[in-house]
Design a protein around this ligand. Structure first.
Ligand code: ZN
Length: 157
């Protein structure tokens, strides 16, 4: 892996050797400058939320970048840093987040549960109740698989 010094030489931008990762992270208050959320010290590379050093104006912008100097270095989650790529920090959207628990599918299921509860309340026929209960159970079974798949895809990021 290339060091920051190598990259600075490659792009012809200034390199300040007094910059150290712990100092930058400390100065950033352990907060990601891209999404604004806290970065946990205990998470290590290559965890998507581990700490990484980000150049606010990318070094790859060559003469348009101030380089690896104080004021152009900040702490970012590894994932936020990678999703930013070589674009300017100000033009990026926040990194993709884990999808929320209340998905449209879940809303549909909740309606189904409420409907079943209502059927029980109004003493519906046993056959109707059984069908409703089975539908409720069936609606939850594939959900687990979907969630697991989503989580795995999220980890790949
Ligand atoms: Zn972040």
């Amino acid at each position: 892996m290339k060091t920051d010094e190598d990259r600075c030489r490659e792009y012809g931008v200034p390199y300040d050797p007094t910059i150290t990762r712990p100092a930058v992270y400390q100065q950033s208050g352990w907060k990601c400058h891209l999404c604004g959320k806290r970065v946990r010290k205990s998470l290590k590379y290559p965890h998507p939320r581990s700490a990484s050093l980000d150049h606010i104006v990318p070094l790859s912008w060559r003469k348009d970048s101030p380089g690896h100097v104080w004021g152009n270095v900040a702490l970012a989650h590894l994932r936020c840093n990678q999703s930013k790529g070589a674009r300017f920090a100000g033009s990026t959207k926040p990194a993709p987040r884990k999808p929320g628990i209340v998905t449209p599918l879940w809303k549909l299921r909740l309606t189904l549960f409420a409907g079943t509860a209502a059927l029980f309340y109004f003493n519906a026929e046993p056959t109707v109740l059984t069908i409703a209960a089975v539908l409720c159970i069936l609606s939850v079974v594939p959900q687990r698989k979907v969630r697991r798949r989503r989580r795995r895809a999220w980890w790949k990021l």
